[in-house]
Ligand binder design. Structure first.
Ligand code: HEM
Length: 490
């Protein structure tokens, strides 16, 4: 039976290779395929994919060991993949993330994914997010104070954005105050990019996707195990703390005192009808997924936002002006949910940041059946389809003068004619980001806390133009060499 399975697997690989042979892409070597393209330093990978894509795109075939990826970028192709009910299963490479990030929504497939998605989505409803604005504001002020204390120095804002994002996520997931000084928290935030570095390394060296095979990689496996331990220990702690808090709240109720207002995401999942579909263990895995994914992506988004303000003083001034108009004399007034709709330039600015620096640059699906793309290629079953968004987001057909940073591209009159799938930093369709609105509200509120208090700039040897910013990627994109900035109080 083992031999038969091997024979079938090899036949499938040969079928995939045969059916993708006429697609554009670099010439593969036998067995290893195109992995040598990525043999340089890991920090080069982003530039390598961009280079390959401009040579071969908008549809490109890559063989990585036994896996074949078809990378797409044209909005019609992307739309077909992300909206089809037949292509909701994630690429098999993501399963190697499970020990690090949990068996949660981002990784699961089939019926289990559907059940989890139904259980979780209602707990990020707008009515619930409304309650989070106060936490976003509080965390934004704490972040502003932390940055103000660094006045007179040059520093990489990335880890600090990471702590702000993680403190916020934990507080909104848990509804308890977080201990900012907790060394476990700092270790956890540091572990997220490391975890993603391991993941990326294994994608480009796919024979290490199995944990067993990776254990032979003596130079990396011990650190991998440590990262896994840190991520797991921290999320277990969150759930333990939450249980304790719920028990204490119940005791307060029993003593007939006023119960604490429930507003955390986890409270909603635990008490909602939909959330009951998840067992305790499944919920623990979801918390692990959400805390790591949300912290990691929000960290990079917040860093790009601040870095853009530092490089583009004119944009910073317009954001400040808008906040000045909304907050007036009272800079200390906490931003409220009702203010969100008035922050129109700030919203366009955030959208443009997420176009210009696509935080999640690529995501991939597994093809269970042959699938004909609108561009004409047939993607065979067993193939992985990767959506390479930086190419889409910088396509002059949809974004004229694409390397120019211009928030006004997102004025309603400038969006009307645009293909709806030309801009999708949060993906789209049934597997889109469940944290999209959360992320936008978080970024808006933190911007409103930072900009009236602080002025950002880059040091003299920093990039003069946004186009000079070099990028690197693991699962998310970040600034190569660190997002070094200076701040001064206003
Ligand atoms: C600016 C910040 C963020 C960006 C750019 C982003 C982007 C994305 C993208 C592109 C996907 C689709 C990935 C795929 O199909 O493989 C995704 C999925 C997901 N995101 Fe986000 N995200 C952000 C913030 C958040 C936040 C704050 C949360 C939670 C509160 C979150 C939770 C998730 C989850 C759970 C999924 C998986 C959904 C599923 O597969 O059903 N994200 N995100």
């Amino acid at each position: 039976a083992g031999l038969r399975r091997l024979y079938l697997a090899v036949s499938e690989i040969r079928r995939v290779r045969f059916m993708t042979a006429d697609m554009p892409g670099p010439t593969p070597y036998p067995l290893i395929g195109n992995v040598l393209e990525f043999a340089g330093p890991p920090d080069d990978i982003y530039d390598t994919v961009q280079r390959l894509f401009s040579d071969y795109g908008p549809v490109m075939r890559l063989h990585l060991g036994h896996l074949t990826f078809v990378a797409i970028s044209e909005p019609d192709d992307v739309e077909a993949i992300v909206t089809s009910a037949k292509t909701t299963d994630k690429s098999s490479v993501y399963s190697s993330l499970e020990p690090l990030m949990g068996a949660g929504l981002a990784i699961l497939g089939g019926e289990t994914w559907r059940r989890h998605r139904k259980a979780i989505t209602p707990s990020l409803h707008l009515d619930i997010l409304r309650d989070f604005v106060g936490i976003f504001h509080k965390r934004g002020i704490a972040f502003a104070n932390q940055l103000a204390a660094l006045e007179g120095t040059v520093f990489d804002v990335t880890p600090l954005s990471g702590s702000c994002a993680n403190n916020t996520i934990c507080e909104t997931v848990m509804s308890s105050d977080v201990d900012e000084e907790d060394p476990e928290r700092t270790t956890f935030v540091d572990a997220i990019p490391k975890a993603l570095d391991h993941f990326m390394y294994r994608v480009w060296h796919p024979w290490f996707l199995s944990e067993w095979a990776y254990s032979f990689m003596r130079s990396q496996f011990p650190e991998y195990l440590e990262v896994k331990r840190v991520l797991t220990a921290f999320t277990q702690q969150i759930i333990r703390d939450k249980r304790l808090l719920l028990r204490n709240n119940n005791n307060i109720n029993a003593n007939n005192k006023a119960p604490k207002k429930r507003q955390a995401f986890l409270d909603h999942v635990l008490t909602s009808e939909e959330g009951a579909a998840l067992s305790d263990d499944e919920l623990a895995e979801e918390v692990k997924t959400i805390v790591t994914i949300a912290s990691g992506s929000s960290m990079d988004a917040l860093t790009f936002l601040i870095y853009t303000l530092a490089i583009r003083q004119d944009v910073q001034e317009r954001v400040r002006q808008e906040l000045d108009d909304i907050l007036g004399e009272d800079v200390d007034r906490p931003l409220e949910f009702s203010d969100m709709a008035h922050l129109q330039y700030t919203e366009r600015f955030i959208k443009e940041v997420l176009r210009y620096f696509t935080v999640v640059p690529v995501f991939a699906r597994h093809m269970a059946e042959d699938f004909k793309l609108p561009s004409g290629y047939v993607v065979p079953r067993g193939c992985q389809v990767a959506i390479w968004l930086p190419y889409t987001h910088r396509n002059a057909k949809y974004f004229p003068d694409p390397d120019n940073f211009d928030p006004d591209r997102f004025l309603p009159e400038n969006c009307r004619q645009r293909h709806p799938f030309a801009y999708m930093p949060f993906s789209a369709g049934p597997r889109n980001c469940i944290g999209q609105r959360y992320a936008i509200m978080f970024l808006k509120t933190v911007t409103a806390a930072l900009v009236p208090r602080l002025k950002f700039r880059v040091p003299a040897d920093g990039p003069k133009h946004l186009g000079d910013v070099r990028l690197k990627m693991n699962l998310t994109v970040s600034v190569r060499g660190g997002a070094n900035i200076e701040v001064c109080r206003r």
